[in-house]
Each structure stands twice: as structure tokens, then as C-alpha cells.
Design a protein around this ligand. Structure first.
Ligand code: G4P
Length: 286
């Protein structure tokens, strides 16, 4: 995994995006609505430069809607146009073209002054692996054109996809790499499945998740697992592990001798988060 962390691949990925940027009018930056900060490549501003940009908060079906709304407002305060979408079901996708038109207004005016008639808006989707780039490309194309699981370093001829009469989209996305020298960012990416499970121990990730849930969404333990007695201190490791064991007991993760299989309990917690069974949970909270 994680070829995208080697400097050589990062340089190549960056160069590939910079080549594509020359062809387009608007860059569409895809972030995970549950982690709008952690799923953002820290060099993205530098890479995209002053290209007009639309930020899409994807997988908003899995994120806490109130938190997503706060992120959209915060981004707007920074002059960044942002929209929550769910590329898998298509919710919010119809708003993408009107937003791109808004971002293009200055360019359209400049063209009109030169007597040029407007043409279709040329766009590119960029984002870290697994954020839903291929799903969105296929959704916008109305058919399956993008193979999921693209990796930097794998080049193929790129083509324009027509999205109605007014938008052309490059069929190969720009692949950015996640960055997590900050442990918290790594755990958040791992919890949602944005980075593969081999990178961090699932027990450590589940431990982080349980602390996060206790702090921000304590009701899930009663709703999903019927556990009403919660630790009074989310920072006390022993109490957190005891809660993970309680989840394991409820879910039958018991080894011979009656000991709780904490590894299995961790997998249950992570799977329940990723499939939305814990409800709509955001990991980055402003
Ligand atoms: P990528 O190109 O950026 O690497 O991501 P890709 O489209 O392959 O999507 C990664 C996973 O995220 C896929 O699930 C996809 O179905 C899911 N996904 C994409 N957009 C959304 C969304 O808005 N909401 C939800 N809930 N999921 C989304 P997968 O398990 O890898 O594959 P599959 O189950 O679709 O076969």
C-alpha cells in the first residue's frame, strides 16, 4: 500500500495533476465530508494555485449533517465554494454545474469582452484515494467510465467526458496523497477506511474511535449495542478498553475461556462505523 507516500510518487502525482491543470477551467477538489481536514492534502493550495476551485464534501450520507453544515459555512468564510454530496446515490450532484458556472463568471465575462462565445466548462476531479473520485466521475458521466482504485504512477490516455452540453470532465482524476504525521489524522483516516487497515492496528484505531464517540456521540453505545453504562472519562484507557470489551461481549466476540476478543470487537466497531450502522458520524469536528 501507500506507494503515494514515497517522495518519487508524490512528485510524479503532482506533476500529473499540474499537466492536467493546464487543460481545465475549474478544479473539483473531493474531500470526505466526515473528514474535511484530514482528507485534504496539505499541499493542495500550492498544487492548484489560483485555479478556480469547487470543494465537494463527498459521502455526506455518512457524515453528521449538522457538522457538515458548519464545515460548509467555515469554508465559505474562507471564500471557498463547497457543496455536500453523496456520489454513490447522486444526492447534491445536480448542484455541481451551477456552482462551476458561478466560479466561471469572471472568465465568461472576459471571453465576452473579447467577443468569444462561451464553451463547455472544462473540469478535473482531484482527491486522495478512496474518497469517491471514480464513483463521482461515473455518476457525472451517467455510465461506468472510471475504474475505481486508480493509483498515481499508472498513466493512461485521458479523454473528455461530456456532462450535459455545458461541462467537460477529464476521465482520469488527479490523485493526491493523504498526509498524517499527526497521529490523530492517521486514526481518523483509518477509522473511515480512507487508508487501509494494514497501516495502523485496527485495535488502536478502534480505541481512538471509541474515545471519539464517547466525546461527541455517546448515544451510539446505547442505540447500537444496548450499553447504557459509559465511562465517565474518555481519556482513561482502562475505562475505554472496558467499553470495547462490553461491545465485544454484546457482539459475541468471546474466545474460549470467556475472554473477550478485542481484535474482533475492534473490527465490529470499525465495520459498523464504515457502513453507517452507528448513524451519521463526523470525525473532523470544527
Ligand atoms: P476513488 O476513486 O477516489 O479511489 O474512490 P471510489 O470511487 O473507488 O470510492 C471508494 C469507495 O467509496 C467505494 O466503495 C464507493 O462505493 C464508496 N463511495 C463513493 N462515494 C460515496 C458516497 O457518496 N457515499 C458512500 N456511502 N460511499 C461512497 P467500496 O466499498 O470500495 O466499493 P463498492 O462497495 O462500491 O463496490
Amino acid at each position: 500500500m501507500s506507494i503515494q507516500w514515497f517522495p518519487g510518487h508524490m512528485t510524479r502525482a503532482r506533476r500529473q495533476i499540474e499537466e492536467k491543470l493546464k487543460l481545465i477551467d475549474v478544479a473539483i477538489e473531493l474531500l470526505d465530508a466526515r473528514l474535511p481536514v484530514s482528507s485534504r492534502n496539505p499541499m493542495v493550495n500550492d498544487i492548484l494555485g489560483n485555479k478556480p476551485r469547487l470543494v465537494l464534501l463527498n459521502k455526506s450520507d455518512l457524515a453528521d449533517p449538522a457538522v457538515t453544515e458548519r464545515w460548509v459555512k467555515l469554508l465559505a468564510a474562507d471564500d471557498i465554494s463547497a457543496l455536500p454530496i453523496d456520489a454513490a446515490s447522486g444526492t447534491g450532484v445536480n448542484a455541481i454545474l451551477p456552482r462551476c458556472r458561478e466560479l466561471m463568471a469572471p472568465k465568461f465575462e472576459a471571453w465576452a469582452r473579447k467577443g468569444m462565445s462561451p464553451r463547455a466548462i472544462r473540469t478535473l476531479i482531484v482527491g486522495i484515494p478512496n474518497v469517491g473520485k471514480s464513483t463521482l466521475i461515473n455518476r457525472l458521466a451517467g455510465r461506468s467510465v472510471a475504474a475505481t482504485g486508480d493509483r498515481p504512477g499508472v498513466t493512461k490516455g485521458q479523454q473528455w467526458i461530456k456532462v450535459g452540453a455545458d461541462m467537460d470532465l477529464l476521465d482520469t482524476p488527479g490523485i493526491l496523497w493523504p498526509k498524517f504525521d499527526d497521529a490523530k489524522v492517521g486514526y481518523r483516516l483509518a477509522a473511515t477506511g480512507a487508508i487501509r487497515d494494514e497501516i495502523l492496528h485496527s485495535e488502536d484505531v478502534a480505541f481512538y474511535l471509541v474515545k471519539h464517540l464517547l466525546t461527541h456521540y455517546p448515544g451510539v453505545f446505547s442505540e447500537r449495542y444496548g450499553i447504557d453504562e459509559l465511562p465517565d472519562d474518555a481519556e482513561d484507557p482502562q475505562q475505554v478498553v472496558a467499553l470495547m470489551e462490553a461491545v465485544g461481549r454484546r457482539r459475541g466476540c468471546v474466545m474460549s475461556g470467556g475472554k473477550i476478543d478485542i481484535s474482533k470487537a475492534s473490527d465490529v466497531l470499525l465495520r459498523d462505523l464504515r457502513t453507517g450502522k452507528l448513524g451519521r458520524i463526523s470525525m473532523d469536528i470544527p
